[in-house]
Design a protein around this ligand. Structure first.
Ligand code: KIV
Length: 272
């Protein structure tokens, strides 16, 4: 008797392009570990981002800057082990690609080889284009990231909405076209006016994935821990919380503590 494993249609960069062509929105969420990635993949998320937001969410840093390439590879390895369907994109961390195309290529190759990831993402436009080209020359798919770029927080000083002024909006459009021209397969647009999100998405052939960039980007991305209400005290306008898991988990843990203290756990049925 032969066992037929159900064929799973894997999401590739080509599938994302086809989704844009037929007007089907792309869903993307972050994951940094095996258990969460397993849940997202089972829910049929299209793209999983192993974001450098792991620096905040997993490690408790104030910014994304401290996370290292080794740490990103560890997170990516854990996520990749869980995935049957989603496309996995891994962030190149701060300091692993800026200003040195050969270093950028080495960093991207380490992620692809050691984590067996599917693609990488990096922040910036014209200033990182040589790094992008070098990575692409090795056959590694690259996702761009424009608008609010958290790795440059100390340059901008705030996490406020970007490209509200005409000159900055024009530069963003120019950068977006450049990233498409050199071969990026998609582009994250973070915290920009919805009108600009629409213009960029209409002008590009590659898919745009927005976070705080309005409803007209080709897809949406959120940090999973924000969407699930695991992170507390973070309420930007663009964030919709689909659960309040901080309270749910805290309640469960409080019940467990009470049962232990009251000698209610374990009971007769829970022992050998
Ligand atoms: O690191 C991250 O989570 C990201 C998303 C906010 C797009 O880059």
């Amino acid at each position: 008797m032969s066992i037929h494993k159900k064929e799973i249609k894997k999401i590739t960069t080509h599938v994302l392009h086809a989704m844009k062509l037929r007007g089907e929105k792309i869903s993307m969420l972050t994951a940094y570990d095996y258990s969460m990635a397993k849940i997202l993949d089972a829910a049929k998320i299209d793209v999983i981002l192993v974001g450098d937001s792991a620096s905040n969410v997993m490690a408790g840093h104030e910014t994304t800057l401290p996370i290292t390439l080794d740490q990103m590879i560890y997170h990516a390895q854990s996520v990749i082990r869980a995935i049957d369907r989603a496309l996995v994109v891994v962030d190149l961390p701060f300091g692993s690609y800026q200003g040195n195309p050969m270093k950028a290529l080495d960093s991207a190759i380490r992620i692809m080889k050691e984590a067996e990831a599917h693609s990488i993402k990096l922040e910036g436009g014209a200033e990182v284009v040589e790094s992008i080209q070098r990575i692409l020359s090795a056959g590694v798919p690259v996702m761009g990231h424009l608008g609010l770029t958290p790795q440059s927080i100390y340059k901008f000083g705030t996490y406020s909405v970007r490209a509200k002024e005409e000159a900055e909006a024009a530069k963003l459009i120019e950068d977006a076209k450049l990233l498409q021209e050199v071969g990026c397969f998609a582009l994250v647009l973070e915290k920009i006016p919805a009108k600009l999100g629409k213009i960029v998405s209409e002008e590009l052939d590659i898919p745009t994935i927005g976070i705080g960039a309005g409803p007209d980007t080709d897809g949406q991305v959120l940090v999973t821990h924000d969407l699930l209400g695991i992170t507390k005290d973070f309420h930007p306008r663009f964030l919709r919380r689909y659960a309040e898991l901080f309270q749910v988990i805290q309640g469960a843990v409080e019940n467990y503590i009470k049962d232990v203290k009251d000698r209610e756990f374990p009971n007769e049925k829970e022992l050998y």
